[in-house]
Design a protein around this ligand. Structure first.
Ligand code: ATP
Ligand code: MG
Length: 411
């Protein structure tokens, strides 16, 4: 049900030309924006073809976020034609609404727009606004909402700072935490699955700097446990990342809530077959199954014409749970950090002292490129945490709750 929300109402009624909205996840940014676009279609202009865009970082994303909902929101009597392949709706009085992906900003350029929405703006290229969108809004004095959760101290933060300063009356800044909107049990689930920094960013709309160390929640005192031993009843999880020098795999077990990494295989100047043979020698006799997780690019990479996973299959490791594509680095790191310590202070990931490369990674891996990538300059590092991360993200990563159709607040 719709709850009257002060900040959402302010965004709606102030009607500033440009609005930045770094509010939390599932807090109604996109829903409000769709509504704003649909209202726009009916606004009277002194030119024959008012034109609006609903944009996201990629076309797929834009279509997923906007298309079906916008079609449902525009009253049937308004619609003249719907162009499914162009993702465009034309009204009877010739106003147009386009759903576009800004992976190709030329879709926006060279046309005069009356208004639009940039969703997940933090994930767009920094020049999207200044070079492509803002100029296209000049001719018709078009409006724009720039919405989405923060993503580090990037171009979004710069615009938010500008709007917040309050020196430019065309700009407004609106933010509210997810807690205002989201059901408490969903917020609780997020608290369990996220570390503090990520929770603040995603659910409180906070701009968090990427502090140097990637796995900042780690400390030997809390995460290293010499008491870890194999539980013969539980499967062994073999976490793989495919490298040559060195190659590092981690072996772990889970009870579904916690993960204990009990062993590590580390070889220099090696290959998948050699690594697999060591794994077979160590865990081949295990009563419960051995399950392989790892880098999805191991499916296409090949050594002597066979993929890494085909080699592992031939060695008897046939139970493989490999994603078709790897998750993005941020999601993988966030999932690992949340297991190291979530917002409730729970530690759910520990390792045996024999996992030396893992410990070294946890202690020393740092961000590069302002926090968008992991620093990979040292060949010996990141393989252990990468390998383990594929498994952790698969099984313990945050699954975004699907929008609940009954909680739509208009229609
Ligand atoms: N004031 C409100 N009262 C009740 N429910 C609301 C309110 N505002 C939004 N919602 C509901 O919250 C849900 C999330 O909305 P929406 O998809 O717009 O979130 P979002 O901020 O875009 O999230 P994300 O960052 O995940 O894209 C929707 O189901 C919406 O109907
Ligand atoms: Mg959204």
């Amino acid at each position: 049900m719709l709850r009257r929300h002060a900040e959402q109402t302010r965004l709606w009624t102030e009607n500033r030309r440009f609005a930045v909205v770094p509010a939390g996840r599932r807090s109604g940014k996109t829903e409000l924006a769709k509504r704003r676009l649909v209202i726009g279609l009916a606004e009277k202009k002194s030119w024959p073809d008012p034109r609006y865009f609903a944009a996201a970082p990629t076309r797929d994303q834009a279509k997923r976020i906007f298309w079906a909902d916008i079609k449902a929101l525009v009253p049937k009597g308004w619609i003249k034609r719907v162009y499914e392949s162009d993702l465009c709706i034309v009204t009877r009085w010739k106003s147009e609404l386009w759903v576009v992906g800004l992976d190709k900003p030329e879709r926006i350029e060279g046309v005069a727009w009356d208004g639009g929405v940039l969703d997940e703006y933090a994930n767009m290229k920094p020049e999207t606004w200044t070079e492509h969108v803002r100029p296209a809004l000049s001719d018709r004095r078009g409006w724009c909402w720039l919405i989405g959760v923060p993503e580090g101290l990037n171009h979004y933060k710069d615009l938010v700072d500008y709007a917040r300063a309050g020196t430019d009356p065309e700009w407004g800044h609106y933010a509210w935490p997810s807690a205002d909107i989201l059901l408490p049990e969903e917020l609780d689930a997020a608290r369990r699955q996220l570390d503090n920094r990520t929770f603040r960013q995603e659910y409180e709309g906070s701009f968090e700097g990427a502090a140097g160390t990637v796995y900042y929640a780690y400390s030997t005192a809390r995460h290293e446990d010499p008491g870890i031993a194999i539980d013969i009843r539980l499967p062994i999880i073999l976490c793989c990342d495919f490298n040559v020098d060195p190659c590092v795999w981690e072996a772990a077990q889970t009870d579904g809530r916690t993960v204990r990494v009990f062993d590590e295989i580390r070889l220099s100047n090696t290959n998948t077959f050699e690594m697999g043979k060591v794994a077979k020698a160590r865990y081949g006799g295990h009563k419960a199954e051995v399950v392989v997780y790892g880098d999805s690019s191991g499916n296409s990479r090949s050594t002597a014409g066979r993929s890494d996973y085909a080699i592992l299959s031939e060695l008897g490791f046939t139970n493989q749970r490999i994603k078709r594509a790897n998750p993005c680095v941020r999601d993988r790191v966030n999932a690992v950090n949340a297991m190291l310590e979530n917002t409730r202070g729970e530690i759910r990931l520990t390792h045996h002292p024999s996992c030396k490369a893992l410990r070294k990674d946890f202690e020393t891996v740092v961000w590069a490129d302002g926090g968008t990538e992991i620093d990979k300059r040292e060949a010996a590092k990141t393989h252990a945490t990468d390998a383990l991360g594929y498994f952790i993200e698969s099984e313990f990563g945050l699954r975004q709750a699907r929008p609940d159709a009954d909680r739509r607040f208009y229609k």
